[in-house]
Design a protein around this ligand. Structure first.
Ligand code: GDP
Length: 483
């Protein structure tokens, strides 16, 4: 699937990475998930808590006082934008608004000075770990299958999906344009652009549709990064292509060339230069939103998770991991935003995610890395309380709903703290979504809250961001590297 040139470059990259690793141990942590899953918030909270010595009782190195200092350093990759940590912290802490979400790849280096837990380790050196956090859209991972498809395969698959009843209404405009286009007609830039725009609009509509349809490739049509408007993105599938070769100079030939360019210049370099170099990975999922939207959305989330996990599969059957020896050895699948539900439901949320993950692992014939599952909130925007209703005492969560959010006909002003009864997650979580389709369960009540107000200490220091189980995530992702 890849050329010899690619393989050689991957091998060289890997060796160079290793050599660099001998000098200063570094760990590359990938953070991904579909858009709005919580990547930006997660990275910001992780760094903030480490730099400010946050409360992380289940992160052993921190708890035992072995971390002497954690600080930001220049990231090693000059060609990758830096993760705008300072801006995101300012938004969260000073303005109490959620930061701008991930739109493209970015990176940040956090260096941790620590003392080894073992006497031997302490004797020989003080420990230092450089953690390179790489933030990238999960949509881009969904491009991997394209590498195994030529333009005719891609067109056929895309047209089949577009014709499915759930998508037919959303794809109608593009489908009409595409069937009117003559693949053998001379290539014309305007036609190509109109088709590409209509196709991108259809993919976006799927993403925004409340039925939460699965995300379809090409990933850059949804998250273009810095490629917006470039020829590599100005193509579209065409229906009813025959088996014959494209006529030189035709619309089909032009589309075919651009599709191949997309694979060569966009998809392959992304996997080679970024995904292939990761050591650890966290996949964030917005399980809360899916549960809220109903069983179809949950099934869809599972599908996306399957495809994402397939990218990290090791060994035969994955063109990426079979090419080099440096592979991801730990993957954490984390459902964020658990602060929207009462802690009594956290384990239930985790059980639902575990079930989703188990099935995704099975379907992706995933093997290789150790996979863990967690329900967490990178930033905890709520606290818990109880309210009396008649004879009952109900568990509630208390926070400041974002201005304009509504529940039971009330609209919030963005300033007032409010207690909300979030409802329970389905009792028989694990079985519920499979067997009953989840249909019988009332959705959880869900409003978006503003980030929390941070207390300041007498010395004027701002305490670190509160979270739920961020420490467990850290322990799994990097704990062993600080032993
Ligand atoms: P990204 O697209 O994956 O970078 O997603 P973001 O990190 O920007 O998160 C998207 C939105 O989800 C944010 O604007 C918040 O509204 C919400 N969110 C993310 N993480 C949390 C969390 O830990 N707690 C709460 N309450 N909301 C969160």
């Amino acid at each position: 699937l890849t050329s010899i040139g690619d393989e050689a470059r991957i091998a060289i990259d890997t060796l160079a990475g290793r050599a660099a690793g001998l000098v200063s141990p570094s760990l590359r942590l990938g953070v991904t998930g579909l858009s709005r899953a919580g990547k930006t918030v997660f990275i910001t909270a992780l760094v903030h808590n480490l730099v400010h010595g946050g409360r992380l009782p289940l992160f052993e190195a921190q708890k035992s006082g072995r971390i002497s200092r954690a600080y930001l350093e220049h990231q090693p990759d000059d060609a990758v934008p830096r993760f705008q940590y300072e801006d995101h912290v300012a938004a969260l802490v000073d303005e109490r608004i959620w930061p701008d979400s991930t739109r493209a790849i970015s990176e940040l280096r956090l260096t941790i000075d620590y003392e080894s837990a073992s006497g031997w380790g302490r004797l020989f050196s003080r420990g230092r770990l450089s953690l390179d956090v790489v933030d990238y859209p999960g949509e881009w991972l969904l491009d991997l299958p394209l590498l195994g498809k030529d333009y005719a395969d891609f067109s056929r698959d895309a047209c089949d999906l577009a014709r499915l009843p759930v998508r037919a209404d959303l794809s109608a405009e593009w489908a009409a344009l595409a069937s009117a286009a003559d693949p053998d007609a001379p290539a014309d830039e305007m036609t190509a652009r109109r088709l590409a725009e209509a196709f991108a609009a259809y993919l976006k509509a799927c993403k925004e549709d409340e039925r939460a349809l699965s995300t379809l490739p090409p990933g850059r049509f949804l998250m273009p990064g810095d490629l917006e408007g470039s020829p590599a993105l100005t193509f579209s599938p065409l229906p009813e292509l025959g088996g014959e070769r494209a006529k030189p100079g035709s619309l089909r030939a032009m589309m075919e060339r651009r599709y191949e360019a997309y694979k060569t210049h966009v998809v392959k370099p992304f996997f080679r230069e970024h995904v292939a170099r990761l050591d650890r990975q966290i996949v964030l999922i917005d399980a809360m939103q899916a549960l809220n939207a109903g069983p179809e959305a949950v099934a869809d989330l599972e599908r996306a998770l399957t495809e994402i996990l397939a990218c990290f599969r090791q060994g035969r059957g994955n063109m990426l991991t079979s090419l080099f020896s440096r592979t991801i050895d730990r993957i954490l699948i984390a459902a964020t935003k658990a602060d929207h539900i009462h802690h009594e439901s956290h384990d239930r949320l985790q059980a639902i995610v575990r079930r989703l993950a188990d099935r995704a692992i099975e379907r992706a014939s995933f093997s290789g890395a150790e996979v863990e599952v967690l329900a967490m909130a990178a930033v905890r925007a709520t606290r818990e309380g109880t309210v009396k209703q008649g004879r009952d005492t109900l568990p509630v969560i208390i926070g400041t709903p974002i201005a304009g959010e509504r529940i039971n006909g009330d609209t919030f002003d963005g300033e007032t703290e409010t207690a909300i009864f979030p409802g329970d997650l389905p009792e028989k979580a694990a079985a519920a979504w499979k067997d009953s389709g989840g249909a019988a369960d009332a959705p959880i009540r869900f409003v978006r809250f503003r980030p929390p107000k941070l207390e300041r200490t007498a010395e004027g220091l701002t305490l670190s961001l509160p979270h739920i189980r961020l420490d467990r995530a850290l322990q799994f992702l990097i704990g062993d590297q600080l032993a």
